[in-house]
Design a protein around this ligand. Structure first.
Ligand code: NAD
Length: 372
């Protein structure tokens, strides 16, 4: 199992995730883990040491307020490797069977769940029951019903539930949101979101309905769903959607290859979006108002994000997304900081409700009303 997972991890890294990777090794100064900070440091155990787990871990080396103190993995060789890389003691290492014991571990404040989508619900609920804060990768779960169960479990356990929406902290994205809020773009009329890439290995979990919960929509289309909401600044009230499948062998029943979808907002603004596992170069947001426009392209990759508006190029500096995200999440958890765009379970749930409605709209061939 472990060698198959290692293989899948390599394949995934070289296909699905590659379009997003612009990893720059931290400088010597950045890679000093225990940076001095007057603020309380969030001590995090990473669950799922796959391709994205590795990206998060490397980025956390430059965090001021977050630090890796534990790991949860089914592969002993990966645990060994991470222990030496991140200086993690044996007592902070767990597997998927025994990680409930994390409840007695005072070195861990939060667990970051970075496993295949279908595992998120049960793993987050177990983390909550262990009394630790849960950070969960997108999509938060397979559907809204599961998402609600996670929110309820975290509420009951009095722990925070946050979703890994790294774009909510990205400086150019935040500048567009500021311009829209300050009225610089005028009345928002239209959003266009393109999210997609050509996925590789047909045996990877992303193309397995049981583990992924769907296809491109769960993995990459969610960026356009989430982006439509924070770019327009409203919650959609209806959705229509159409699916195209050109390869039924690779994209089996329940695994969407390409879906176009449209969202309607209370103000009358509309969004037109595309989600695909079989179209290249889809990473663009465009927002049009009656006084101006904003374009981000790439809009969701690991960066640098590029953007321009009717006023010119966006020049906010690139900061490694996951470094920013984890420092900000520490402030949310410990200081009750309110991010410009929420990253809590309710935010994840809204996207899941929209995904449910998109799949329903495809199936029924009609417009589905939304109540978020
Ligand atoms: P991956 O396949 O590279 O890693 C998944 C990890 O989960 C592996 O270490 C694997 O061993 C482990 N795992 C545990 N139980 C497993 C099981 N039953 N089957 C298969 N693997 C199992 O995947 P990834 O790219 O790291 O994605 C993990 C999660 O992170 C997904 O939910 C994905 O959507 C999300 N993700 C988010 C971003 C982002 O930018 N926010 C980017 C990539 C992935």
């Amino acid at each position: 199992m472990s060698s198959r997972r290692d293989f899948l991890q390599k394949i995934t890294l070289s296909t699905a995730v590659l379009p997003f990777i612009r990893w720059k090794e931290p400088t010597k100064e950045e890679s000093v883990t225990n940076k001095v900070s007057d603020d309380k440091v969030l001590r995090v155990a990473i669950m799922g040491l796959g391709s994205y787990g590795n990206i998060v871990a490397r980025a956390m080396q430059s965090c001021k307020r977050a630090k890796i103190t534990g790991v949860i993995s089914g592969t002993p060789s990966k645990i060994k490797d991470w222990q030496s890389r991140y200086n993690i003691p044996d007592k902070n290492c767990y597997n998927y069977e025994n990680f409930d014991a994390i409840k007695d571990n005072p070195d861990i404040d939060a667990v970051y769940v970075i496993t295949p989508n279908a595992l998120h619900r049960d793993q987050v609920i177990r983390v909550a029951k262990a009394g630790k804060h849960a950070i969960c990768e997108k999509p938060m779960a397979l559907n809204a019903k599961e998402g609600q169960q996670m929110i309820d479990a975290c509420k009951k356990a009095n722990v925070k539930l946050l979703v890994g929406y790294r774009m909510h902290f990205e400086p150019k994205t935040l500048e567009v949101i500021r311009m829209r809020k300050d009225g610089e773009l005028g009345k928002i009329m239209f959003f266009d979101g393109l999210s997609g890439f050509v996925i590789g290995d047909p045996t990877q979990w992303r193309l397995n309905k049981q583990l992924a919960g769907g296809g491109s929509m769960m993995d990459i289309g969610i960026y356009s769903i989430n982006g439509a909401r924070y770019m327009v600044g409203e919650e959609p009230i209806w959705v229509t959607a159409q699916e195209t499948k050109t390869n039924k062998e690779k994209f089996k029943e329940g695994v969407d290859e390409t879906i176009q979808f449209q969202l309607g907002f209370p103000s009358g603004a509309v969004a037109s979006c595309l989600s695909s596992y079989n179209i290249r170069y889809l990473d663009r947001f465009f927002l049009s108002g009656d006084k101006g426009f904003a374009e981000l392209s790439p809009a969701n990759g690991y960066g640098p994000i590029r953007g321009r508006t009717n006023k010119g190029e966006l020049t906010q500096p690139h900061v490694t997304h996951q470094t920013l995200q984890m420092d900000e999440m520490a402030a949310i958890i410990f200081d009750g900081k309110q991010p410009v765009v929420p990253v809590d379970g309710e935010e994840g749930l809204k996207d899941l409700k929209i995904i449910d409605a998109i799949y329903e709209a495809v199936k029924k061939g009609k417009r589905i009303d939304l109540k978020l």
